[in-house]
Design a binder for this molecule. Sequence first.
Ligand SMILES: [Zn+2]
Length: 139
Amino acid sequence: MTGTQPSTPPTRPRPSPDEQSATYWQGLRNGRVLIQACTACGRRRFPPTPGCPYCADPGIRWEEASGIGTVYSFITVHRAFDPAFADDVPYDIATIDLDGGGRMVGRVTGATEIGGHVTPAFVDQGDWTELRFTTGDKP
Ligand SMILES: [Zn+2]
């Protein structure tokens, strides 16, 4: 049968920065990991939100994180949720405890293990930059 195969690859989803997340995305574009911190209790949070999930204070301060951290937990994606990522599987998504405080979620390249050390990698996706974490090991 002909005509059943798509002629173009599926389009990958891209971020839609809003009032809360625009600073984060612009930071990545400049090779910086910017994370929100609460002006009342000081705790860092991710993803960006209009209020503190710990104490409900609306105060926001942006802090630069090194992006270096430790794998708290991770999953390995074996079946892509979106056809655009079908060629990438398997890959790891981890929760990272950042040095200096805060916890982020992101894709990890390299051999992922709980307690493993990761560093940031800024992946140019054309008109936006993706933050990944790398273990420095081969996958
Ligand atoms: Zn707070």
